[in-house]
Design a protein around this ligand. Structure first.
Ligand code: HEC
Length: 150
């Protein structure tokens, strides 16, 4: 009688423990921003003072060619890494500069996209983004010209 009630108690405790663990894991998954939903990102953006600044964009172009084109293709058109000039981003629903800064400096966990925060500083990252914006605008212009007139 004594033994029976102890083993029942033990089983109950371990079941409760398993449940608590499973619940804990679920909470961690739900709170993990990248795993829970790719298309999130912030709602408010920061100003990129280098957009439209020819000298800064040229600097961004050189940095991009050196650090990013290997995966993202010449002009960011895409290679083994995704194209960055479609004006749409998987990891930023609103294509925000602030999201791109954190992607570039912090990387994307468990992908080939590494963190460049030690290689490029904040201003350099903004210059690369200014270059990406310019290439995006160029691409949109070319595609608009090529679209059949209706
Ligand atoms: C070793 C290859 C590699 C290099 C070098 C690299 N990337 Fe990436 N990058 C990737 C891959 C792969 C992804 C896609 C990750 C995914 O969605 O699974 C990515 C994703 C991104 C994204 C998000 C795209 C989206 O649609 O949300 C941005 C922005 C980006 N990279 C910018 C850069 C910039 C800027 C550089 C240079 C400083 C750079 N990357 C260098 C491989 C690379």
């Amino acid at each position: 009688m004594h033994n029976l009630s102890t083993s029942w108690k033990l089983r109950w405790t371990s079941a409760l423990g398993t449940f608590a663990l499973a619940f804990g894991i679920l909470v961690v998954i739900a709170l993990s921003p990248v795993k829970a939903d790719h298309n999130t990102g912030s709602d408010t953006d920061i100003e990129n003072e280098f957009e439209g600044d020819a000298e800064a964009i040229e600097y961004g172009r050189l940095l991009f060619a050196r650090r990013c084109a290997y995966c993202h293709g010449g002009g960011g058109a895409g290679a083994k890494g995704p194209s960055l000039t479609k004006g749409k981003f998987k990891y930023s629903r609103k294509a925000l500069t602030s999201d791109l800064v954190s992607i570039i400096m912090g990387g994307i966990p468990n992908t080939q996209m590494g963190a460049f925060g030690r290689t490029v500083d904040g201003d350099e990252t903004l210059k690369i983004i200014a270059y990406i914006r310019q290439e995006t605008a160029k691409r949109a212009e070319i595609e608009a010209e090529q679209a059949p007139a209706k």
